[in-house]
Design a protein around this ligand. Sequence first.
Ligand code: NAD
Ligand code: UD1
Length: 370
Amino acid sequence: MAQLLITGGAGFIGSHTCLVLLEAGHQLLVLDDFSNSSAVALERVAELAGVRLQRDQPTLRAAPETFTLVEGDIRDAQCLDALFASATTFGQPIEAVIHFAGLKAVGESVQQPLRYWDVNVVGTQRLLSAMDRHSCRTLVFSSSTTLYGYPDQVPIPETAPIQPINPYGASKHAAESLLANLAGCSGNTEPIQASEGGWRIARLRYFNPVGAHPSGRIGEDPNGIPNNLFPFITQVAVGRRPQLTVFGDDWPTPDGTCIRDYIHVMDLAEGHREALHSLLNADPQLLTLNLGSGQGASVLDVVKAMEAASQRPIPYRIAPRRPGDVAITLANPTLAAEHLYWRTQRSLTDICRDGWSWQQANPQGYIRQT
Ligand code: NAD
Ligand code: UD1
């Protein structure tokens, strides 16, 4: 089993993936600056996995442990060097990195493009430089459906044009391009390409990650008012917010509301495990894969499914369309199924049941403390 560095492992997708990777027997070193998360999430991951969470300083790591948390920034080259070096000193060099750390709010990216490029692009570049210095050349990268902008076709294949429409999307595109350059591969032509320099890289383009671990112990805990549909709906169900605003009922869809491809976060976490195992057992290559279900649900479908899961009404009002929205996004998930033997297992009903368990048990989310 491998020693892995997980950047942003305390966040929503990272925490669920840490659990899946611990259950698969890997040793994890998490690097997070807690700018959008709490260490409580990882304490709960440790409890679910039946392991101890060791908290360390980058330069003062006490001993190799199954699950170690280091507070630090991916842009801090000294911190990264110390992590790679200490792992090697313990005789367990870091074999691969799963890189979740980043900023993800579209509206905020329009207000603060420099900050988004700094964390998402410069941060990724610093991480890759440190990996290169320490001869660790296996990486799973968090990319997004946001790259497809206003898609020309749905379901969307990996070969669809890349046309980001906001700074967040542009920063993910830049990071993806850097990864392709590093692997000596050409742009977005082939989703599976042989790479150079020993790099094994998976660029995973997530559709809409939602839901929570079925225990209700870990889940999504956005700061402030949620921008995204699913956490907003669960907060209405639990009484934190009076009603949902539905952005438009005049879209060219059967019920007039937008359709998305919602993917259970546990399916997504398992997709990371499969992508990692595939890379570790393959010749150097650059993989680019959609991770989605291929199934669409409208905003009103999600409202109804959450009403059924929570046994509570979800009041809503119709408002004008949200600028930048797309009527329908849907993954073509065929390639991930063929290449990773992975496909989603969980339905919208499962998503709402588990998302509701988390929200009901943690109405205020994690208590924000590191
Ligand atoms: P999240 O905000 O919950 O997790 C990101 C984590 O990275 C947080 O724990 C945060 O504290 C940490 N972080 C941020 N900047 C950092 C830095 N400079 N140094 C160290 N740690 C830092 O987000 P998430 O939903 O778990 O998303 C994880 C990744 O997946 C992100 O890169 C995001 O862009 C991408 N993604 C998310 C979605 C989504 O809808 N959630 C969709 C597509 C892609
Ligand atoms: C979001 C991101 C996008 C990212 C995608 C997948 C934004 C603006 N875009 O978009 O970059 O690639 O997730 O992670 O954050 N809705 C409401 N009321 C609400 C919130 C949302 O009606 O309060 C509607 C939206 O108009 C949309 C649907 O619900 O039709 C889903 O919205 P959201 O959860 O924000 O996801 P995306 O629009 O796919």
